[in-house]
Write a protein that binds this ligand. Structure first.
Ligand code: S3P
Length: 205
């Protein structure tokens, strides 16, 4: 069932498609950070939200690619995952140093302990949550994701997701379950959250 946009906002924990972690919204920088597994739409949604609200947009993967001059796939192949994770932490630090920025993060950002305080202080964190099956359908034709280039990508997604869900939940101020939402509905949900959060800050413009 597709929920109408008005039902995306349920400002109570664990109700409907959206849940807030009450009491986690203090002392944050004026950014909005999208977290979630690969293929959950973080970049597409982030770009659209930033455009409609005339805010800056930073994607940590894109920042790494631009700064290193090579693809994520090549960084994994040439330098290994640990080197990629170190670059990712640097990119997150850079992204969070701005204000009024929509930040899209790589799906593994929550796996590094050092990133957790950066996320907590860097902005309002939204987890775009999807099931393994929906993620698989979205990423199966894309060859640019080294971690799921396995014999059984669906099973790999299931395992990675199982290992990460608790971490996403721990970092998220707001969770939007996107399985039954269209892209436009997800964008609406994130845009309205950003609008609310932006006008709700003393330094908001
Ligand atoms: C990764 C997700 C990717 C990218 C890298 C590792 C992960 O980003 O950072 O391939 O560990 O889940 P997206 O979530 O944007 O695909």
């Amino acid at each position: 069932m597709v929920a109408p946009p008005s039902s995306i906002f349920v400002n109570q924990p664990n109700i409907g498609l959206c849940s807030y972690v009450v009491g986690k919204i203090e002392n944050k920088a004026n950014n909005l950070i999208l977290i979630g597994f690969m293929g959950t739409g973080k970049t597409t949604v982030g770009k659209r939200v930033a455009k409609s609200l005339k805010l800056s947009f930073v994607d940590t993967d894109a920042l790494i690619v631009a700064q290193e001059g090579k693809s994520i796939q090549s960084i994994f192949e040439d330098n290994g995952e640990a080197a990629f994770r170190a670059l990712e932490t640097g990119a997150l630090q850079q992204a969070c140093s701005g204000e009024h920025t929509i930040i899209s993060t790589g799906g593994g950002i929550v796996t590094q302990e050092t990133n957790l305080p950066l996320l907590a202080e860097g902005g309002h964190v939204i987890w775009l949550k999807s099931s393994a099956e929906v993620i698989y359908e979205r990423v199966r034709r894309n060859q640019e994701r080294p971690l799921i280039k396995t014999e059984n990508p669906l099973e790999t997604i299931r395992q990675l997701l199982a290992a990460r869900e608790e971490l996403y939940a721990k970092c998220a101020d707001l969770t939007i379950t996107t399985d039954d939402l269209s892209l436009e509905e997800t964008i609406y949900g994130v845009t309205e959250t950003a609008r609310f959060w932006k006008i709700n800050r003393p330094s908001g413009d």
